[in-house]
Design a protein. Structure first.
Length: 498
C-alpha cells in the first residue's frame, strides 16, 4: 500500500481548517517568516491552493531582528462566524502576545490585529456558544471569555482539562459542538515522536469534561508508520455529513534516529463517530499530486511576489523588489549572508523529498546566491561574486567553504543549482536522509556539481526547532539580480509513494 501523502507538503505545521458552504480554508504557522500565516483554499480537502497570507503588512506583524528562529507566529485557529472569518494566533516574539484578526474575504485584506492581553499562553482557539459568547481556550488547557471586537476579557482564565495524566505539553485545543456534546480536542506528548491527539466531552464549552476511554484517538508513536510526530489536529465536517481531521506529521528518512527535513507537514484522515466519540481512520494515501506540491516557477515579471515567497522577519521593498529592473528580482544586502538574522532573503518551502532547483543570478556589484536554510546556524548555499562561485556549509558553530571555482570556469550565464536526492535505502544505521548537490548549469543544461553534502545537518533532529527547509535567494554584499527561479520535484524511488 502507498504511504500517506501530505495534502499540504513541506513546512506547513499546526493546520486549522474551517468550511463555508462547499469551500474549505486552512491556515498554518509561519514562525520567523513573513508574510505570516499562509492561507489555503480547497473544494475537496486534498487539493489546496494558497490564496494569500493573513498577516501580510507591517501594521499586522512586526518581528524584531533578534526574534530567534522558531519563534514568531505560532498555531493559528481559523473560524467562520456571523458572516466573517476570524483568526486568532500567538506572536511569541518580544512585544507580541495573542492577537485576533478578521476579514469578510479570506483572501484579504485582514483587519489590523486586536490585542488580547488578558489571554495567557499559546495555541489559542476560538468558539462561540448558542448565546453568542466567544471563548478562547489555550495550551494548558485553560479558557477565558472575550469580546472579539475589542479584545476585552471577562473574568480570569480557568483550568478545564489537561489531557492524559502524566502526558507532557497539553496544547492545541479546539472546541466543537456536535450533537448533545461539546468536544475538546487537544494534542499532548510534545510535538516530537510522542505526539498524540486526545479528546474529552462535556455539556458546555466550559465543561466539565470527561476523557474519551480510547485516548489517544490519534498517534503514531512506537510504530513503523512512515509518518511520525502526528498531532496538532483540527476537525471539519463536509457538506455530505462526513467528518475529517487535518493534522501535522513528519516523514523521517535515513537511518537511526531518522531525520525529517521538510518540517511538519499537513495530513488528512477520515473520522467516524462511535458511541459519541470520534474515531480517526488511516491518513489519506497517495493520489493525484496536491496542487500545492506542483513545480514552482517565477520569472519575476509581476510587480508583487507570489504569496508562497517568504522572507526572514521583515521584507523591506527598498532591499527586495521586482520593480527596479523589469523581469528581475533585485536584492540589496543587509546582513552578510545566511548567517545573519537580517539577511536579505526570499525563499520557497522545500515540498518534496527529492527536488531540483535552479536560478539565474547576476551578482552585479555584490555577492548573491542560492541557499537551503533551516536556521542561521544550519544552512548550505552556493554563492557567486564577480570572480568566484563557492559552496558554503554552516553546521552549528562550524562554517567552511567546501568547494569553489572561478567565474571563468563556470562560464556563460550564471545558473546556480541544487539537486536534493532522498535516500532510497539506508546503507547502515547512520545513513542520512538525503544528499544535496550544489553546482552550476551551463547554457546547454549540463549541471556540474561542485559539492555533495549530507542532508542530516539541515534536519530538525540536528538543528532543533519547529520549522523546515526553505530554499531561496539572498544577497550577501551589495546588490544581486535574479532573472528567474525554478523548483521542480524529482520522481525518485523514495518519492513515488509519497
Amino acid at each position: 500500500m502507498a504511504d500517506p501523502r501530505p495534502v499540504i507538503p513541506g513546512f506547513h505545521p499546526d493546520p486549522s481548517v474551517c468550511r463555508v458552504g462547499d469551500d474549505y480554508y486552512l491556515a498554518c504557522s509561519s514562525f520567523e517568516y513573513v508574510p505570516g500565516v499562509p492561507l489555503f483554499h480547497s473544494r475537496d480537502l486534498v487539493h489546496w491552493r494558497q490564496i494569500g497570507n493573513v498577516l501580510d503588512r507591517p501594521g499586522q506583524l512586526r518581528l524584531p531582528w533578534d526574534t530567534p528562529s522558531s519563534a514568531g507566529i505560532y498555531a493559528p485557529t481559523l473560524r467562520h462566524h456571523d458572516g466573517r472569518f476570524w483568526l486568532v494566533v500567538t506572536n511569541v516574539s518580544l512585544g507580541g502576545g495573542n492577537l485576533l484578526v478578521s476579514a469578510t474575504d479570506p483572501a484579504g485584506p485582514w483587519s489590523d490585529p486586536v490585542p488580547l492581553p488578558g489571554v495567557p499562553g499559546i495555541d489559542p482557539d476560538l468558539a462561540w456558544d448558542e448565546d453568542g459568547a466567544c471563548w478562547v481556550t489555550v495550551a494548558g488547557i485553560s479558557q477565558v471569555r472575550i469580546d472579539p471586537y475589542t479584545g476585552e476579557t471577562f473574568g480570569k482564565a480557568r483550568r478545564l482539562w489537561s489531557g492524559t495524566p502524566g502526558a507532557k505539553a497539553p496544547e492545541a485545543p479546539h472546541l466543537y459542538h456536535v450533537g448533545d456534546h461539546w468536544y475538546l480536542l487537544i494534542s499532548e506528548g510534545g510535538t516530537e515522536r510522542g505526539h498524540a491527539v486526545s479528546v474529552a466531552r462535556g455539556p458546555a464549552p466550559t465543561g466539565p469534561f470527561e476523557p474519551c476511554p480510547a485516548n489517544p484517538v490519534l498517534t503514531h508513536r512506537s510504530t513503523d508508520e512512515p509518518v511520525q510526530n502526528t498531532g496538532h489536529a483540527d476537525l471539519v465536517q463536509a457538506p455530505d455529513g462526513t467528518w475529517w481531521m487535518v493534522f501535522l506529521g513528519v516523514r523521517p528518512r535515513g537511518g537511526t534516529p531518522g531525520w525529517h527535513v521538510l518540517g511538519r507537514e499537513t495530513f488528512l484522515a477520515p473520522v467516524t463517530w462511535e458511541d459519541g466519540w470520534p474515531v480517526v481512520g488511516p491518513p489519506a494515501t497517495a493520489g493525484p499530486a496536491p496542487a500545492s506540491a506542483e513545480p514552482f516557477t517565477d520569472d519575476f515579471d509581476d510587480a508583487d511576489l507570489q504569496p508562497s515567497w517568504i522572507s526572514l522577519r521583515h521584507r523591506d521593498p527598498r532591499h527586495c523588489t521586482t520593480k527596479e529592473r523589469p523581469g528581475r528580482l533585485t536584492l540589496r544586502a543587509l546582513g552578510v549572508g545566511p548567517d545573519a538574522a537580517d539577511v536579505t532573503f526570499v525563499g520557497h518551502r522545500q515540498q518534496h523529498l527529492s527536488c531540483r532547483v535552479r536560478t539565474h543570478l547576476d551578482p552585479a556589484d555584490g555577492t548573491g546566491g542560492l541557499a537551503v536554510r533551516l536556521d542561521e546556524r544550519h544552512h548550505y548555499e552556493i554563492e557567486a561574486d564577480a570572480a568566484e562561485v563557492r559552496v558554503i556549509a554552516r553546521v552549528g558553530p562550524l562554517r567552511t567553504v567546501v568547494a569553489s571555482t572561478s567565474r571563468a570556469t563556470a562560464g556563460g550565464p550564471l545558473v546556480l543549482g541544487v539537486d536534493v536526492t532522498s535516500t532510497d535505502s539506508p546503507r547502515d544505521a547512520r545513513t542520512g536522509p538525503d544528499t544535496l548537490a550544489f553546482g552550476v548549469e551551463d547554457a546547454h543544461g549540463t549541471f556540474t556539481a561542485l559539492a555533495a553534502l549530507d542532508g542530516r545537518y539541515l534536519s530538525t533532529e540536528v538543528a532543533g526547532g519547529f520549522t523546515g527547509r526553505v530554499i531561496g535567494l539572498y544577497a550577501a554584499t551589495g546588490t544581486a539580480h535574479f532573472d528567474w527561479f525554478r523548483y521542480e520535484p524529482v520522481n525518485s524511488t523514495a518519492d513515488r509513494d509519497h
